[in-house]
Design a protein. Structure first.
Length: 544
């Protein structure tokens, strides 16, 4: 039986969910790294504060209130307690001169380790086509093997009506499987491996042995790429089905109880291009561990790339009979990403020429806010970080300068926001994923031109997701102070356990103040693999 480990350092924090002054303090409820800026936003006026070491009850830091600070989008007025100079590891508590005390928080070099492991293990708990099982905070979570009949070919038009489509991850609060959303998810997680593998290669995720010899991080990635390889058309054309789902969403049942037929859909060029990019990445990252599988991925990528070259039109997926997630998008950004990943894996100049020709057509080379509908940054960041030679120096330098300019804009937004939110006053469906994705922009810029502000703003993004926000609550199930209890998640709604499945980031409000911790509100409280991948990426640089 696999288990989700539970760190002692979280006990005090998680037990604080009923703390009576939780609405007064808004700060990173997981904790802080020693050199991280440490701010608590307080929603009532105070003059001074103390930081108390819990173990000894000693006052270790004293400071004066800063503020008041106001911000129109949240209609909040807050005062700040700045204790950034406190670097000694330990467990602490804030006390205001008015008598209010905060939850306990940790300062430690490895304060984000368990958050990373739990968030990454959430992908294992999302696995389709197998039983999963784990323990967290005294609760046992499991479901039986599910969707073992995936999937039917009625919509693909093949004479054979069924082929193996088992495996992969459930996409979100629903249990469908979608190639386009897998694209940004797998892409970001592979990029985390590319940049931070020295930190990640020895992490124990307590996974079943589904990829012998692989590091646990890549073992989980392979579960998804195994499924993606099954999404190609049976005719060998290189076309890739857009998704594999029922025609309509299932109800709130456990995965194994969802027995309605699920279908491979018709192909889309965006899905096919994303498949190329993911398989090219898989080929190079898996090669040290399984050369034959790496070649299989590369062969599949080449086949689908050649199909796209022969069919240059934007072939959009149409829903037709389907009412499940559309993930409909145009393909210029997806084709651009496919080309650069093929170049990075093979070194062949034709792929580089394809990428640079496509990139030159975009006015904006780097986007500040982006998601599955625009994966241009995925391609651009691979290009900027690549050590391969042969790049157009003028295009490269201009794109690098733009990446740094965008990162500086993100820093500026964070510094102006009263909760240091790096997206500023921008809210939309899944905006918490957008907050986490800002870290990708910042870490790429930091590699190109190191700047401590990029690291600090990355930590601000994490802090916002774990409680430094209007609600004073963590947005990640099971982690931090007063985390979400009712995510839009079939398993959490159907398993009869009060606490939801752990480690999942919820989408966040469509406005600054309208997030609802309600199961039925999928627009603000759903979970999804693309947001989850952004959270995993955001935490990866700070794993110790």
């Amino acid at each position: 039986m696999t288990k989700i480990r539970f760190a002692i350092m979280f006990v005090a924090i998680l037990l604080f969910t009923q703390f009576s002054f939780g609405s007064v303090f808004r700060f990173n409820s997981v904790g802080f790294m020693p050199k991280q800026s440490k701010l608590a936003s307080v929603s009532q006026k105070f003059d001074s504060f103390q930081v108390i070491e819990v173990k000894t009850s000693k006052v270790v830091f004293e400071g004066k209130a800063e503020g008041a600070f106001k911000q129109a989008d949240v209609s909040d007025e807050v005062w700040k307690a700045n204790f950034s100079k406190l670097a000694k590891p330990g467990i602490y508590q804030l006390k205001l001169n008015t008598g209010e005390t905060s939850s306990q928080f940790t300062i430690a070099p490895d304060v984000y380790n368990e958050a990373f492991v739990t968030s990454m293990r959430a992908f294992y708990l999302w696995r389709c086509g197998t039983a999963v099982s784990g323990d967290y905070n005294g609760k046992h979570y499991e479901h039986a093997a599910c969707h073992m009949n995936d999937g039917y070919l009625d919509y693909v038009g093949e004479a054979v009506k069924q082929k193996d489509g088992t495996g992969g991850w459930h996409d979100a609060g629903d249990m469908g499987k979608y190639v386009v959303n897998a694209g940004i998810t797998v892409g970001m997680m592979f990029m985390a491996w590319d940049q931070f593998n020295e930190k990640l290669k020895n992490i124990d995720l307590d996974l079943p042995e589904t990829a012998p010899g692989f590091p646990d991080y890549l073992k989980e990635m392979k579960w998804e790429t195994d499924w993606l390889l099954k999404m190609t058309y049976p005719d060998g054309s290189g076309k890739v089905s857009h998704k594999l789902t029922r025609t309509g969403f299932e109800g709130f049942v456990m995965p194994e109880a969802d027995t309605e037929k699920r279908f491979f859909t018709i192909w889309g060029s965006a899905a096919t291009a994303d498949f190329v990019a993911m398989m090219a990445q898989a080929a190079r990252y898996f090669k040290p561990y399984d050369a034959a599988y790496s070649q299989k991925c590369l062969d599949a990528a080449k086949s689908s790339y050649q199909f796209l070259v022969a069919n240059p039109e934007d072939h959009k997926f149409e829903q037709g009979d389907f009412k499940t997630g559309g993930y409909q998008t145009s393909d210029p950004d997806d084709r651009l990403w496919a080309a650069v990943e093929m170049w990075e894996t093979t070194g062949e100049a034709a792929y580089l020429n394809d990428f640079e020709t496509r990139l030159a057509k975009f006015d904006a080379k780097v986007d500040e806010d982006w998601d599955w509908g625009n994966v241009k940054n995925m391609g651009v960041f691979t290009y900027l970080l690549s050590k391969r030679k042969g790049k157009n120096s003028e295009l490269f330098n201009a794109t690098k300068a733009e990446a740094i300019k965008v990162a500086n804009a993100i820093v500026e937004k964070s510094e102006k926001d009263i909760y240091n939110r790096p997206l500023g006053a921008k809210y939309y469906w899944g905006c918490n994923g957008g907050v986490a994705r800002q870290v990708f922009n910042l870490q790429v810029a930091n590699t190109l031109q190191p700047n401590k502000k990029y690291q600090e703003t990355s930590l601000n993004a994490i802090g916002h997701l774990f409680g430094s926000n209007h609600y004073g609550r963590s947005f990640v199930t099971g982690i931090g102070s007063n985390p979400p209890m009712f995510p839009h998640c079939r398993r959490s709604g159907a398993d009869g356990i009060e606490e939801p499945w752990p480690g999942y980031i919820v989408g966040g409000g469509l406005k600054a103040t309208n997030w609802k911790d309600e199961q039925g509100d999928y627009t603000t409280n759903e979970i999804a693999i693309n947001w989850q991948a952004a959270l995993v990426y955001a935490l990866a640089p700070f794993y110790k």
